[in-house]
Design a protein around this ligand. Structure first.
Ligand SMILES: Cc1ncc(COP(=O)(O)O)c(C=O)c1O
Length: 395
């Protein structure tokens, strides 16, 4: 039973899809922090840098020039052209007409799922992964099938993946690199294996590359780089993290025309168009803010190295992330579920991090720390965790 505006609602009045999902575990934990006095949160994927000045000024100019009206559904041509150029840096080729600007990556994900999924269709989702993939599937009454990410590198077991594709016959599979929550990037070898699987099987790949600008390796790999499977691949990405503009809501979807025409229909009835002012901001970001992005990336890399070293020194089993701004230590030695671990850490050490179980069954035994926070906050949190771990070790 639900209460909306004081009115009692039977759950039968709510769609099966909406009844089957919950508020994300990330937000659930973030909301708990507010209630614990003195707690510091390392829960959110929100960079602590302000949006670059040039982006701010471009948005002010856009307001003054009255660019506050609907744009075309797919978004302004200049931005789509600029994204097309930008993607070439990653060896990814989409023309302006194969790109649709969305209200954040989140809208992009739901648009793709709505365009592809019928009730009962199966979706192959990585475990652990960003919770939206499983939730969007359930919302549309699809069935979630997971493939595990294993070992210290959170790697795909290609036998498992191929068996699931052959036996479960999912409509599409989700790939998500650099990964939230593990920080893994796809290797050249694994990208080649994925290419072969997609080519040889009746499967579409939806690849979420939200953190592509935050890859700390020299080379970037993605299944969207292969021309011979481009009719089987859809890319979703965006600028929330790249330009630290999470609240401005600019994402994008790339797909060849047979997918794009349907994605555009869904997008039209969901959002009409992404916020016009923010589109001009993202355009400026792409044209003139490479230095700001590089600065943020260097800072994240320093913070990553710092948090990794501190955790290692405390005795955590943890892998150095190669992308995004999350680190995913193993907490299983503490003999608690990840939820219990994070509750206890929050109440006793006053540090909030996210239980690995919020990202799927295989996330159990881990916890996600976001290092998109200031060095000062990270230092304080690491000191608090260190003291707390010492107490746990002596229990
Ligand atoms: C992997 C991944 N994809 C998509 C999104 C959604 O991004 P946006 O804020 O642009 O909707 C996030 C946000 O954290 C994410 O981590």
């Amino acid at each position: 039973m639900y209460f909306i505006g004081g009115i009692k609602m039977e759950s039968s009045k709510i769609s099966k899809g909406a009844n089957s999902i919950q508020i994300s575990g990330i937000r659930k934990f973030y909301n708990k922090v507010i209630k614990v006095q003195g707690a510091i949160s390392l829960t959110l994927g929100q960079p602590d840098f302000p949006v670059p000045d040039k982006v701010k000024r471009a948005m002010v100019r856009a307001i003054e020039d009255n660019k506050t009206v609907y744009t075309s559904n797919a978004g302004i041509d200049e931005l789509r052209n600029e994204i097309s150029k930008y993607l070439k840096r990653f060896n990814i080729n989409y023309s302006k007409d194969e790109i649709c600007i969305t209200a954040g990556g989140t809208e992009g994900i739901l648009d793709i799922f709505q365009a592809l999924l019928n009730k009962g269709d199966k979706v192959l989702v990585p475990d652990p992964s960003f919770p939206a993939y499983a939730s969007c599937t359930k919302l549309l009454e699809g069935e979630v099938i997971t493939y595990g990410l294993y070992g210290s590198e959170f790697s795909i077991d290609f036998n498992e993946l191929e068996n699931k594709i052959k036996n479960e016959k999912p409509k599409f599979m989700v790939l998500s690199y650099p990964s939230n929550p593990t920080g893994t990037v796809i290797s050249k070898e694994d990208n080649e294996k994925l290419h072969k699987i997609i080519k040889d099987n009746d499967i579409i790949a939806v690849t979420d590359e939200m953190y592509s600008a935050l890859c700390y390796e020299d080379d970037y790999y993605s299944v969207s780089q292969y021309e011979d499977i481009r009719e089987k691949v859809i890319v979703v990405s965006g600028f929330s993290k790249t330009f630290s503009m999470t609240g401005l809501r600019i994402g994008y979807v790339c797909a060849e025309s047979s997918f794009m025409s349907s994605i555009l229909k869904v997008h039209q009835y969901t959002t009409t168009c992404a916020p016009s002012i923010s589109q001009y901001g993202a355009l400026e970001g792409l044209k003139n803010c490479d230095e700001d992005v590089q600065y943020m990336k260097n800072e994240f890399k320093k913070r990553r190295d710092y948090v990794y070293k501190r955790l290692k020194d405390m005795g955590f089993e943890v892998r150095l992330p190669k992308g995004a701004f999350y680190i995913f230590p193993d907490i299983s030695r503490f003999g608690m579920t990840s939820e219990q671990f994070c509750e206890k850490l929050l109440n006793e050490a006053k540090v909030a991090i996210v239980p690995g179980s919020a990202f799927g069954e295989k996330g159990e035994g881990f916890a996600r720390i976001s290092y998109a926070y200031s060095k000062k906050e990270l230092e304080e949190c690491m000191n608090r965790i260190e003291k707390w771990v010492e107490v746990q070790n002596n229990l």
